[in-house]
Ligand binder design. Structure first.
Ligand SMILES: [Zn+2]
Length: 368
């Protein structure tokens, strides 16, 4: 039981000064016990990262519990209190092993589920995925992965123009798995068909998809115009420039989710790494395939994505906090538990310094 006093509490519709009560791991109407004076610091809801591959040198792809734990705890220290574990394209057996291992960690509460980024992606928009491993949608393979996920497979990114993709979108929706449109060369009408079939997310909007053209808006316009769709945005200043990030936030208020798409190099500095089977080099914090042909994920944390929204994009703090928490929580169907500082929700929060850097992180009522 804790009471945080003298806080600037960031709520979805604005900032209020006052006191935040925590009791039994939840935000409460009142509480007894310790009092902590936050000296006027901002408190935002814990960040929700719906697209992240690893960090601190560790990768979710490995299927090793200690690695997954290291990645999740690294991001927790930077404010991510709810995380999905994303897997890049791999062989069927590799994905089956990783999904099985990660489902156990989701059952334990370390992660909030698994995101399959692939393997049903467009070859000409494969980004840092191994083109040799890409394949057409395979309903039997997907059904097996759903089964192995034991209720913890949360999302699959696929290219809707591939043969059988729309059937797979419907299978995903039936199985309670979010279908996300991404790594796609689809024109707008094909993207819209996927959204009509039940897809509700656009994976890292702008990146690894047909670009927006004024005579063919492609998946970008289809996603931004569709009130059912949440658009992920990698807000690292490398993947999407500030002017375009601002356009997306303005075009789809309350529907843009900041993500990291971070890979193992996050928190590690420059060097040589792997993303799935691909060799990746990080120079000046920028991750690219070793042959330089594609950006290969980011090296940021959600704290970086959030701070950049406020300080570089000029996004009002309550909108940046929502983009980093409530919007992804809603997209994942987790907003009854997390995503805002409301009584009854989990006591997941981030205390910020004046420069928007992280001072302290609480998950489930415990400081981490
Ligand atoms: Zn990714």
């Amino acid at each position: 039981m804790t009471t945080l006093t003298n806080a600037r509490i960031v709520l979805p519709d604005g900032v209020t000064s006052g006191t935040l009560h925590i009791d039994g791991g939840r935000i409460a109407e009142s509480s007894a016990g310790d009092t902590l004076d936050l000296e006027g610091r901002y408190v935002v809801p814990g960040f929700v990262d719906m697209h992240v591959h690893g960090g601190a040198g560790a990768s979710y792809q490995s299927g090793r519990a200690e690695e997954a734990r290291r990645a999740a705890l690294f991001h927790l220290a930077h404010g991510t209190t709810t995380t999905i574990a994303s897997l890049v394209t791999g062989t069927s057996d590799e994905l089956a092993n990783a999904v099985t291992a990660l489902a156990d960690l989701a059952a334990e509460g370390l992660i909030a589920g698994v995101h399959l980024e692939g393997p049903y992606l467009a070859r000409d928009r494969c980004g840092a995925h191994d083109p040799a491993l890409l394949r057409d949608p395979d309903r039997a393979e997907f059904a097996r992965l759903v089964h192995l996920g034991a209720g913890h497979l949360r999302m699959i990114t696929l290219a809707p123009e591939l043969p059988g993709a729309l059937d797979l979108v419907r299978d995903a929706a039936d199985a309670g798995v979010i279908a996300a449109v991404g790594h796609t060369d689809a024109p707008g009408d094909t993207a819209r068909a996927a959204f009509d079939a039940g897809a509700t997310v656009a994976t890292h909007l702008f990146n690894a998809m047909r670009p927006l053209h004024h005579r063919e808006g492609g998946p970008v316009a289809a996603a931004l115009n569709d009130p059912r769709v949440t658009a992920e945005l990698i807000n690292d200043g490398v993947h999407v420039e500030a002017a375009v990030a601002r356009l997306a936030l303005a075009a789809a208020p309350g529907r843009v989710a900041l993500i990291t798409d971070a890979m193992a190099a996050a928190g590690m500095g420059d060097g040589d790494y792997r993303l799935g089977v691909m060799d990746v080099q990080v120079r000046d914090g920028r991750a690219t395939l070793a042959d330089g042909t594609s950006i290969a994920g980011s090296t940021i944390t959600m704290a970086d994505a959030f701070r950049r929204a406020v300080t570089r994009l000029g996004t009002p703090i309550e909108e940046a906090a929502a983009a980093a928490s409530l919007v992804p929580a809603r997209a994942l169907g987790l907003d009854s538990r997390v995503g805002s500082l409301e009584a009854g929700k989990d006591a997941d929060l981030v205390v910020l310094n004046d420069d928007m850097s992280v001072q302290r992180v609480m998950k489930g009522g415990r400081w981490s």
